[in-house]
Write a protein that binds this ligand. Structure first.
Ligand SMILES: [Zn+2]
Ligand SMILES: [Zn+2]
Length: 160
């Protein structure tokens, strides 16, 4: 989305609307997938040497809990109020601002809820939904023993 400055008159706010495709602007994470285009809607106004663009960014995402892996669809809505310096410009491209805003929306670890109990590492049950006896009765899955493959030495019958 580009704002063309010759469309603006100083001191007069114009309604502006535009979309971005999350796939092409590199804001997706493996645990945060965009399911709708990123829509910007607001008012832009030119002032002396600046352009102010304020409004709301809306989109929809699917997030995956970092502990129990449950997925959840969510509507995102963020207010923005950006001021662009116009020196030497004919157009304003708010892409970098959009990226910054969305990256802030992505926490290091997303949890479906603050006290998510996660999955039992032994039986895989979702501890938010049920309990298991893995810890209570001292049962632990036995470690996997990997048999070593026969070493090359024993199979070496010479090279010729
Ligand atoms: Zn969870
Ligand atoms: Zn368990």
């Amino acid at each position: 989305m580009k704002l063309i400055l010759s469309d603006f008159e100083e001191g007069i706010a114009i309604l502006v609307e535009g979309t971005y495709d999350a796939k092409t602007i590199e804001v997706e994470y493996p645990d945060m997938i965009y399911t709708e285009p990123i829509l910007l809607k607001g008012e832009a106004e030119k002032g002396p040497g600046i352009l102010r663009f304020q409004g709301v960014l809306t989109t929809a995402v699917k997030r995956f809990c970092g502990k129990c892996l449950k997925e959840k669809s969510e509507q995102l809505s963020c207010d923005f109020d950006w001021i662009f310096d116009l020196s030497g410009k004919d157009t304003v491209e708010p892409l970098e601002n959009v990226r910054e805003l969305l990256i802030l929306e992505h926490p290091l670890v997303h949890l479906c809820r603050e006290d998510c109990k996660g999955l039992c590492p032994y039986c895989g049950i979702d501890r938010n939904e049920g309990t298991c006896n893995c810890k209570g009765n001292g049962y632990y899955a036995s470690p996997v023993i990997i048999k070593k493959a026969k070493s090359n030495k024993e199979r070496n019958h010479g090279t010729s």
